[in-house]
Design a protein around this ligand. Sequence first.
Ligand SMILES: [Zn+2]
Length: 354
Amino acid sequence: MSHATITRIINQLLEQGLVLEGSHGKSTGGRRPIYLHIDHSKLYVAAVKLLRDDCLAALLDLKGRILVIEQLQPTSLSPEILLPAVADSLREMFNSLSIKQEHIIGVGVAASGMCHPVEGTVLRSLNLGWKDIPVADSLGQELGLPVLLENDANACALSELWLGNAKETANSMFIKTETGVGVGIISDQKLLTGSRFVTGEIGHVPVIPDGKLCRCGQRGCLESYVYFKPIQEHYQKITGQNLTHAKFIELVRTGDPFATEIVQETAEALALACAHWGIILDVEVISIGGIWGKLGHEVLDYCQKYYDSILEQSAIPSNVRVTGSSFDDVADLLGAAGLVVSHWFTPAAVPFTK
Ligand SMILES: [Zn+2]
């Protein structure tokens, strides 16, 4: 672009308040340059998390600060009902903050299941009971905004890459637990999707020989150890009480035999998964989401020690960190919002001409 074209565009952005003038730089001969900044508080991104028991919608600024968040209470998971309800909630959110539609650069959606990010389609989701649902098209038409879609575990992995534990690293992995297992893998700072978008579907690969019976019919799947609902149901049956996260963590901390046994089994299964997959992918950071990632000493330290011991046996320098999720329940939303920001602000490759 010519100097005049750039000046004209920048003047328009300055008039709209989207770009701010900053300090003066050093002169390289002519006039001192003025640094220009994007005003991160003038443009917004909407984000949506779609899981069977957990639907959230939020509005964020470009730095990933959540301005407003709402737990959605859908009357049905049917996409014909759920997606228009999501659009209504987002519209109300924009109106309540008096935000103009043209200042929203897009909507990022993190959904449970296999997602086609280019077509914006949920190919298959057991969790939502969906097959071939064009989420990006449907929601995009409702709102008149561009919509980007990604699998929920992938979105969580991106949240760590962009804003969390994996910020300074090239290769990392996010293991989403609790409602099942999903793994998002970052390789060379990019999401690894595979040719059929099923990278990281390790939930039903058995890790413990003759282990716990899984709902899929096999024994020893990682999912059978991290799925929290059967543990809650079992506890309810033997004690008549509801097992919340806080209650479970308290039981673990006070050495309750029921909770201790469960945590040990789960830590062992997660340690195997971390070591197998982490070493194959040569990751630097593994983040574990869900309740198991909140048990620092019992789960994270156990996985870390197991991983380190294997690296030592293999004579590989140990610099891998096993940690909990940086953002808990909003990790999916931050990753989804990041998809939109990245889509607009990652510079496209410039063709090289001599
Ligand atoms: Zn299974």
